[in-house]
Design a protein around this ligand. Sequence first.
Ligand code: CU
Length: 149
Amino acid sequence: MRKLIAIVVITLAVASPALAGESVRVLDAWARASILASRPGAAYVTIESTSDDRLIGASTPVAAQVMIHAVEKDGDVSRMDHIETLELQAGKRITLAPGGMHLMLMGLQHKLSKGTTFPMTLSFEKAGEITVQVSVLAIAAEGPREAAE
Ligand SMILES: [Cu+2]
């Protein structure tokens, strides 16, 4: 099953080489390590686009489903909101980070171990599919730019 999904992802990436990476760049893809495979994971990316575009979905062989989540603050309580698409404005950089927007990895195939990487494919309305390698950082990591551990 896992193998099959991986092949599909690779096929999509190969099928649209002219589209990938031209107007949209996906940087600093990372995820927090997880203790249990039974809990959802979270992945974060920085997205830059030279033209208006829209993130319409994501997938990875390590999870059954990837959802785009925003965090809504309601007083002291914050809750996650599933959003269908993420608008990208030309020239504006969007950084997903803990406490804010994230890519929720539902139905993990295995726990995410620090120091490993996994592929994730982001689908953009105009730019097509872009596959990045996601680095798994420490459980409490705040991002790839923090001091090396
Ligand atoms: Cu979430």
